[in-house]
Design a protein around this ligand. Structure first.
Ligand SMILES: Cc1cc2nc3c(=O)[nH]c(=O)nc-3n(C[C@H](O)[C@H](O)[C@H](O)COP(=O)(O)O)c2cc1C
Length: 363
């Protein structure tokens, strides 16, 4: 874990945020909603805000992510209304030419006064691109080879006057992209496969890890840190977590139960199919879904002390450099988190040694 852990917010750029349920809060995919969340994140003292890039939703009763806004445009506007939080926008290497992406991020770097980050994704969900006629089937190795060539092109365009390059995937012919960014935007990647982690260790400043179990998260974080060091560089590791916060643990658990009741099985089925799961398995998973599956990502539920203890345990044991937070109802949950949980996390960061539940309740 680095000296001070970074905490950020995954903004709800898609309707419903990360809850797939008719009985959970349903954030709007509007600029007004996301702007308020960004302002609240800055006010709370969080470190970064990020939006995903999503082109097709999952239907169901909730029309989950049927409405999404575009990441770069959103983050560019949010850069202007904030002054401190880092601004991480997501870009698909498979559909945006590197010369277009290079100039977009140079522009974002100016607008944000050096706070820009580029979360590179590379098209792992075919439906989003077949609908546009932009799908090119690639093996995972080739998908990451394309992403590597894409990033080399972007970073050269950020620093060289004129770039010529002929690769398997891209051609640049004395290509110019001026002005160059005053400082290189932060490079982020959220690939969760071995190929993804190797890419992160080699090229990224920050890696979002995806893991099914706590042990897997520990291993993945250690792997990315170690392989990056072997390449003579540093790559920070991040995870994400939904926070269900209430005055007491019981009240938070009651919210979890309420949110889980209306789990949207049809949206889950479509989501699972989009991930490439065969129909029979996807249907069985959706049919058997309990309330837990209404949360797309790992969650923690409890009082401020419980939430802080769980977050610190994860960050400490998995040696994470940061955590991206998701809230069921951003407009009420995020400010409450900023008032009650974040001070405990920051206090633990400056303290030495492991933090226990007892330390926190006496903080
Ligand atoms: C925090 C996080 C954010 C992600 N954001 C996006 C996104 O905005 N768009 C997208 O298509 N995929 C996104 N992904 C999916 C990853 O890019 C990646 O495809 C997925 O984790 C599978 O990993 P793999 O490609 O290495 O197999 C995200 C994943 C994570 C963990």
């Amino acid at each position: 874990m680095s000296a001070s852990t970074e905490y950020g917010v995954f903004l709800p750029i898609g309707n419903g945020g990360w809850m797939v349920s008719t009985t959970a809060p349903h954030p709007e995919a509007s600029y007004a909603y996301n702007k308020q969340v960004a302002l609240d994140a800055e006010e709370a003292g969080l470190d970064f805000i990020m939006t995903m890039a999503k082109w097709k939703g999952f239907g169901g009763t909730t029309d989950h992510w049927g409405e999404t806004l575009e990441s770069m445009t959103m983050m560019s506007a949010l850069a202007e209304v904030t002054s401190r939080v880092k601004i991480w926008a997501t870009m698909h290497a498979n559909i945006h030419h590197p010369a277009v992406a290079a100039k977009m991020y140079t522009t974002l770097q100016q607008i944000s006064n050096g706070r820009a980050g580029m979360n590179i994704v590379n098209g792992s969900y075919p439906d989003e691109f077949t609908q546009m006629g932009l799908w090119e089937e690639l093996s995972k190795d080739d998908r990451y080879r394309m992403t590597e060539e894409w990033l080399i092109a972007v970073t050269r365009l950020w620093s060289e006057h004129s770039v010529s390059m002929e690769s398997d995937f891209f051609t640049l012919d004395a290509c110019e992209s001026r002005p160059h960014p005053a400082t290189r935007p932060t490079i982020i990647n959220a690939g969760t496969s071995k190929q993804g982690m190797d890419f992160q260790a080699r090229y990224a400043d920050g890696a979002f890890l995806g893991a099914d179990t706590f042990e897997e998260m520990v291993d993945k974080s250690a792997y990315v840190h170690r392989v990056a060091r072997e390449h003579g560089r540093e790559c920070k590791t991040y995870s994400m977590m939904t926070v269900v916060l209430a005055d007491t643990d019981e009240a938070a658990q009651a919210k979890v139960a309420e949110y889980g009741e209306g789990v949207d099985r049809e949206a889950l089925l479509n989501m699972s199919l989009a991930w490439g799961v065969p129909l029979d398995r996807a249907r069985a998973w959706a049919d058997d879904a309990t309330g837990e599956e209404a949360f797309q990502v790992q969650y923690v539920a409890g009082s401020a002390e419980t939430v802080a203890t769980e977050i610190l345990r994860l960050v400490d044991l998995a040696d994470l450099d940061g955590l991206m937070l998701i809230f069921p109802d951003y407009l009420t949950d995020l400010p409450a988190f900023g008032r009650t949980v974040l001070p405990l996390l920051r206090a633990a960061d400056t303290a030495t040694g492991p933090t226990t539940h007892e330390d926190l309740t006496h903080a």
